[in-house]
Design a protein around this ligand. Structure first.
Ligand code: FAD
Length: 623
């Protein structure tokens, strides 16, 4: 049966990747269909109720700068906000928000339902329609054939998903949702490199059964941060604290005693799990010398009693989970609402993707999110946005767009994945970015909003706010350069109190702000040196740009040098075995990875500068 309409872009999956992909394509004017198992699970958080954190917060700000929905949704659904690393340099500062998972889902759905050019359709996708090596549509569970110019696949943990609780296991996409078996099998028949990964989640606890008096309270920040560049603290719902408890020797003993009942340790699970979100059994075995682990107790919603004990993800059997939970201080009488579990699922080798997230073998098919071997809502959202953009560009026969490593964490992630692949769930960290002084949360809009506007992703309201901020920054920087403090300034004594060494000649305000002990706020509080700009984001930007100018300029020089060869294209049909002068090892690595550019090739471990020179000569000869 043929669907009554055709589309420019079909997005399969309504998780964090799919919702951003569909939103982006629709904002770019493409007739878009979001096809998902269940409309009620749009934007569902499968695991922890939180958005952001170090590296991840950077991705969310970039998604926001490009007009995406994640940051705005969490501003309306966040019940505790914090700035992590607030005492460190701006490059590693990161925003994190605890989400009310029900409100979050509602916010995502509201935005999608009100998005022009976007239709939502509840059906499982069972198959892809191919015309030779080009994808031209999908077939749903009910046998409905829907045609489109491009398809974006974002099936998350659902493809051949297998849930484990102790030695019991059954098919599932995540707790309460079906696995995607038909599509999973079909994809395994196509020329795609498939692997298995796993992830896990902790049991959820009924707050009424917890003794909070025994727990340490962890409040959010005051003033409360926001995520979106357009966000305001007034948009946040009621703010609540989180709590902290610990595992102890008893917890660890229970785990050691029952290890043989863990599917992972008994060898039942073959997939590799996320290194940075290990299960509690993993932590106890790997860090055997530690006799306690900190557990953050996070509320799941303002309108439910569920708690998320962050740090006790487990696939041990239910009776062991009860013992683990009840061994912790404050949890002696705890009632488990949902058992913890592990899930194994199919993922596709991301080296089979081009930088624009299109599959190298199947044209017009884009992959985003967990199916590319990543973990995390933010990583998924960022990929979804990029895949949605590129599917929309392809549908219009326009050139692809992919941010470079020096432009965005999104660029770092996609370059890492498509160049190096991944054997374990990939998550973002600031340490993955070599140019992290330039890639800060605070300047994500300066880096990306102009290109977002060009792509058609940024609406007039965001664009006007952005330009206003830009103007304020420029005006203020000019004022700081042009305002001189002479030795007879009436506020000289107050100013000298701020400085380590008193003034002995005239200085402009920019020079004074460059001193490590001087903050913009303190300088502006000195009589006659203000008024400061009223836009807090602009003020922050002025301070960072002035204080870090030297480092930023040095990093920019480095980038300019790198860029010379970075974008030299390598033909995808190039057989490296035929390139004279390369070692067999290098030939094999290049044929395996099929890099798209010289820059990508240079980042493959084992590819030497000498090999790059040979490649450049070979390209010149090929002409
Ligand atoms: P998902 O959020 O999984 O969304 C996939 C969507 O596709 C769903 O809406 C689904 O219904 C739909 N779908 C699937 N197949 C089809 C089909 N054939 N037809 C139509 N629709 C389909 N991340 C962390 O960062 N840390 C963790 O500790 C962590 N633990 C996790 C534990 C568990 C048990 C699970 C399930 C996930 C965990 N995650 C964790 C991962 C996090 O949930 C994902 O990274 C994130 O949700 C990925 O987003 P996505 O959009 O790629 O996929």
């Amino acid at each position: 049966m043929q669907y009554h309409e055709q589309f420019d872009v079909i997005v399969v999956g309504g998780g964090h990747a799919g919702t951003e992909a569909a939103g982006a394509a629709a904002r770019m004017g493409m007739k878009t269909l979001l096809l998902t198992h269940n409309v009620d699970t749009l934007g569902q958080m499968s695991c922890n109720p939180a958005i952001g954190g170090i590296g991840k917060g950077h991705l969310v700000k970039e998604v926001d700068a490009l007009g995406g929905i994640m940051a705005e949704a969490i501003d309306h659904a966040g019940i505790q906000f914090r700035t992590l690393n607030s005492s460190k340099g701006p490059a590693v500062r990161a925003t994190r928000a605890q989400a009310d998972r029900l409100l979050y889902k509602q916010e995502i759905r509201h935005r999608l339902e009100n998005q022009i050019n976007l239709q939502i359709f509840q059906q499982a996708c069972e198959d892809l329609i191919l015309d030779g090596d080009t994808v031209v549509g999908v077939v749903t569970q009910a046998g409905i054939r829907i045609l489109a110019k491009t398809v974006v696949l974002t099936a998350g943990t659902f493809l051949n998903g297998l849930i484990h609780i102790g030695m019991e296991h059954y098919a599932g996409g995540r707790a309460g949702d079906p696995a995607s078996i038909g599509l999973g099998q079909r994809l395994r028949e196509l020329p795609l490199r498939v692997g298995r990964l796993k992830t896990g989640t902790p049991p959820r606890i009924d707050a009424r059964s917890v003794n909070f008096a025994l727990l340490q309270t962890q409040p959010g920040d005051d003033p409360v941060p926001v995520f979106s560049f357009l966000g305001k603290p007034e948009q946040h719902p009621r703010q609540v604290p989180c709590y902290i408890t610990h595992t102890n020797e008893r917890t660890h003993e229970v785990i050691r005693q029952n290890l043989h009942r863990s599917p992972m340790y008994a060898g039942v699970i073959e997939g590799i799990g996320p290194r940075y979100c290990p299960s509690i059994e993993d932590k106890v075995m790997r860090f055997a010398d530690k006799n306690a682990h900190q557990i953050f107790i996070e509320p799941e919603s303002l309108s439910s009693h569920e708690l998320y004990p962050n740090g006790v993800s487990t696939s041990l059997p239910f009776d062991v989970q009860v013992q683990i939970v009840r061994s912790m201080l404050g949890f002696e009488q705890a009632h488990i609402v949902r058992p913890g579990y592990a899930i194994e699922y199919d993922y596709f080798d991301p080296r089979d993707l081009k930088a624009n997230m299109e599959n190298k073998c199947l044209k017009n098919l884009f992959f985003a999110g967990q199916i590319n071997g990543t973990t995390g809502y933010e990583e998924a959202a960022a990929q979804g946005l990029l895949a949605g953009i590129n599917a929309a560009l392809r549908a219009q026969d326009k050139d692809p767009w992919a941010p470079r490593r020096d432009q965005a964490y999104i660029g770092v992630m996609m370059d890492d994945l498509s160049t190096l692949g991944t054997k374990e769930p990939y998550r973002m960290f600031t340490s993955r970015a070599e140019y992290r002084l330039l890639l800060r949360e605070d300047n994500a809009d300066l880096r990306l909003t102009p290109v977002g506007r060009e792509l058609g992703l940024v609406d007039d309201i965001r664009w006007a706010a952005f330009n206003d901020k830009l103007e304020q920054i420029e005006r203020e920087r000019q004022r700081l350069r042009e305002t001189w403090v002479h030795l007879n300034h009436p506020s000289l004594a107050t100013l000298n109190d701020l400085l380590k060494a008193p003034l002995n000649r005239e200085h402009n305000l920019e020079e004074l702000l460059r001193r490590p002990e001087v903050t913009y706020q303190a300088l502006m509080a000195v009589d006659g040196l203000g008024p400061r700009v009223d836009n807090a984001q602009a003020a922050e930007q002025v301070e960072i740009q002035v204080k870090y100018a030297g480092y930023i300029d040095r990093q920019q020089d480095e980038i300019d040098k790198q860029l010379r060869n970075e974008n030299t294209l390598l033909p995808l049909d190039l057989d490296y075995a035929e390139v004279p002068g390369l070692s067999n090892e290098v030939k094999a690595k290049l044929n395996d990875a099929k890099p798209q550019t010289i820059g990508q090739a240079a980042r493959i471990p084992g590819i030497t500068p000498a090999a790059i020179s040979i490649l450049l000569v070979h390209l010149k000869k090929r002409g």
